[in-house]
Design a protein around this ligand. Structure first.
Ligand code: DQA
Length: 148
């Protein structure tokens, strides 16, 4: 199975960026950990990061036909990215939303996810583990849907 792994704005700065919220792992090391997990789960991962909402939408539109699901940390687009919401809805693929920090325990504006109605699950606050558990949940969901 093929999974898009998408990271939004500022996540290219992980490692140096507000470690008290996001931990010290770099995006590269998170992607490496996901590749290992993906192998164990039988998933091929297609990684993408962009600081631009339009770039993420182009990627989703381009890859939708060739993928079974989407694992996404939309960064701050989580809270206002309506075009991203619509692109995820249009893709019609199962989506798992992940966050390194606990978005429910931070500023009021971070508590709202505008994509929450188009995702099958949100995992937040577990740093790199959010991604690993998110991939596991997504692979399990896709597998269960294929059996039907
Ligand atoms: C984040 C939380 C967002 O509020 C923030 O804008 C990010 C990262 C997280 O992973 O905790 O860029 O999605």
């Amino acid at each position: 199975m093929k999974i898009m792994v998408i990271n939004g704005p500022n996540l290219n700065m992980l490692g140096k960026r507000e470690p008290e919220h996001y931990g010290t792992d770099t995006l590269e090391s998170i992607e490496q950990a996901l590749t290992g997990k993906g192998k164990a789960l039988g998933c091929e991962l297609i990684f993408f990061q962009s600081n631009h909402e339009g770039g993420i939408i182009d990627f989703i539109q381009e890859k939708t036909g060739a993928a079974d699901g989407i694992l996404i940390n939309p960064g701050a687009l989580t809270h206002y990215g309506y075009s991203l919401h619509d692109a995820l809805a249009d893709a019609g693929l199962p989506v798992v939303e992940v966050h390194l920090s606990d978005i429910q325990a931070r500023e009021e504006w971070r508590k709202i996810s505008v994509i929450s109605d188009v995702v099958i699950k949100q995992i937040s606050g577990l740093k790199t583990k959010s991604y690993l558990l998110g991939l596991e949940a997504l692979a399990e969901y896709i597998r269960s849907q294929k059996k039907k």
